[in-house]
Design a binder for this molecule. Structure first.
Ligand code: 1PR
Length: 564
């Protein structure tokens, strides 16, 4: 028997960069992707997916410049199915605060608005529910496969406010509450289905949504005029549980997941002094995806300096991992300007990040280079110059790929002082855990090169500068706590969280489920990360999630992993 040819799906790519995750998800479902490269290609397509990456204005300009805007409208008018994702949904509306001078396609009534960051953390980054606004669930055949019990991955700073006024009852399918605002999280009218969240990053729940678009005829009958009031949309934003894999070559040159104690990744001399080997990066990451991790971070803790950048083993790790993992992947380590060993090729940091994104990363994390950027930022402030000059990796990557794609990885250590006067240029806190000589005060010194070199800059100075430069998230490690299983550094995390309005990931020191609830309760972080206890199977991810849930902290249930 001849195998049936794989069904082709068309992808409207306007050159925004990272569509690798979507390609992987579609391929996983058994379909192939063909790109819409010219306006004529719209005629060939019977179904189009329109992913959104980057900013609204960039997307609209690209659609106009490529001559895609009118053919796209004609495609929709012809009755063929279109699925928009994230910015691919937003541009179907009339316009956006993000780029007031670029009108949207205007297929749906409404404007995209900036979230209010005074009342909550922005971006809206993480897993949330998508709640049906009509009472039609179950009565419609061939409806998009969304389920209120499942959680979907959102990452955006702008959204369409959900309202019962105007025409929204005709096209809104689900709404989502984030803090004090309720937004449209999916629309479905006629042959158009679009989501604000990323189905390709939403685990099996997201794959089910994609599959329903690909395999069914999702034409919606006229929706009833009755829709839920925004106040009836429940708050269901969840705390993310992240598994982190420190990756490096061991002494025989194999790439392994390792784990340090206060950043020392070698066994003690009496145990041979080798780099600890806790498994293979892709196998371990796949295990964490299967076990319900909401996100996975790879940190390349050695830079493989003897290799041309293109041959970096981490790129292949990412390619393989992103084919079987459908939650966000962050990659850190070596995101800076890189020169190949022969000196022939220079890779600016934004290109290094671009390679990571094309290989399957959703975010890059920047460690040492962020410290140098923050030092320059404060230097310029002290000289009375405009501190943002567009030259840093943070600014360039954020501009090209969006703020949400740039994470700052902080490697601080505690410096005790007798009084705040002993560290006048730093942000000093009074600590409940006095130092070795009874010191009641401390500040948190930033380090570079994996903790090997301390710098004259504190964590507050670092994170406020980096947030101003355009970072979208802070991964807050703590060298004193790393690998100790003694709990997170609550003082450090509380202080840092108060300094920024971008999401903060608590890292270093988790030893038991109670540590996770403690740090969420006391600091309000958006995400909790652990490494050692997951690698050594001391505490399963499910046990952490069950504990958080019993403690009243919303999580993405592990059982939704079985839903598709
Ligand atoms: O400076 O941009 O090249 O980035 C280097 C990256 O590598 C940084 O993100 C830095 O944090 C990381 N890194 C460098 N050296 C080490 C090391 O351990 N020797 N790892 C290292 C950082 C800390 C966390 C760990 C948490 C949780 N390790 O990654 O996952 O502390 O651990 P736990 O739950 O076991 O306590 P650049």
């Amino acid at each position: 028997m001849v195998a049936a040819a794989k069904q082709k799906l068309y992808l409207l790519d306007y050159g925004a960069g990272n569509v690798r995750s979507l390609l992987n998800a579609v391929e996983r479902l058994g379909y192939t992707i063909e790109y819409i490269a010219t306006a004529d290609d719209f005629d060939k397509a019977d179904k189009i997916i329109f992913p959104g990456v980057g900013a609204f204005g960039y997307a609209m300009k690209a659609l106009q410049n490529k001559g895609f805007a009118e053919p796209l409208k004609a495609f929709v008018a012809s009755g063929r199915p279109l699925m928009g994702i994230c910015v691919g949904m937003q541009v179907l509306f009339e316009g956006s605060d993000e780029s007031p001078s670029d009108p949207g396609l205007g297929l749906f009534e409404g404007r995209v608005r900036l979230f209010d960051s005074k009342t909550k953390t922005v971006p809206h980054m993480g897993w949330n529910s998508a709640q049906m606004v009509h009472e039609e669930r179950g009565s419609t055949v061939n409806a998009p496969d969304l389920d209120e019990e499942r959680r979907y991955y959102f990452v955006h700073s702008y959204g369409v406010p959900y309202t019962t006024a105007g025409k929204q009852s005709e096209f809104v399918y689900t709404a989502t509450r984030y803090g004090d605002e309720t937004i449209v999280s999916s629309i479905w009218q006629g042959n158009v289905f679009a989501t604000q969240f990323h189905p390709e990053k939403s685990g099996t729940a997201g794959l089910a949504a994609l599959r329903s678009f690909i395999e069914s005829d999702l034409v919606r009958p006229t929706a009833s005029k009755e829709i839920k009031a925004p106040a009836d949309i429940r708050k269901e934003f969840t705390t993310r549980v992240i598994a982190c894999l420190d990756v490096r070559a061991n002494d025989t040159g194999d790439l392994v997941v390792t784990k340090g104690d206060q950043y020392d990744v070698r066994e003690s001399v009496d145990k041979g002094g080798d780099v600890r080997n806790l498994g293979k990066p892709v196998d371990l990451a796949k295990r964490y995806f299967d076990e319900g991790a909401d996100e996975i971070a790879f940190l390349n803790i050695t830079s493989f300096r003897n290799l041309p950048f293109k041959d970096m083993p981490m790129l292949e790790v990412l390619r393989q991992a992103s084919r079987c993992i459908f939650v966000p992947l962050t990659i850190g380590g070596g995101v800076r300007d890189v020169v190949d060993p022969d000196g022939e090729q220079v890779w600016p940091a934004v290109q290094v990040a671009g390679e990571y994104f094309r290989s399957g990363a959703d975010k890059v994390s920047i460690g040492s280079d962020a410290v140098y950027a923050a030092e320059r930022y404060w230097q310029r402030v002290s000289e009375g110059c405009e501190p943002l000059d567009g030259t840093t990796a943070i600014e360039q990557i954020a501009e090209r790929y969006g703020n949400q794609a740039v994470v700052i990885s902080v490697d601080p250590r505690r410096i005790y002082v007798r009084s705040p006067d002993d560290a006048k240029s730093h942000h000093v806190i009074k600590t409940a855990f006095p130092g070795p000589s009874g010191e009641q005060y401390c500040w948190y010194q930033c380090t570079v090169k994996g903790g090997r070199e301390g710098r004259d800059i504190d964590v507050r100075q670092l994170v406020t500068a980096c947030a101003a430069l355009g970072a979208g998230e802070v991964l807050l490690n703590c060298m004193d706590k790393d690998g100790t299983n003694s709990g997170y550094d609550i003082e450090l995390i509380t202080d840092t969280k108060a300094a920024v309005s971008i999401p903060v990931i608590a890292s270093s020191g988790a030893g038991k489920p109670e540590h996770f609830s403690e740090v969420v309760d006391k600091t309000g972080v958006e995400a909790v990360l652990a490494a050692g206890i997951f690698h050594r199977r001391e505490v399963p991810i499910e046990a952490v999630k069950n504990h958080l849930s019993q403690h009243g902290i919303a999580i993405r249930p592990v059982r939704q992993m079985d839903s598709a």
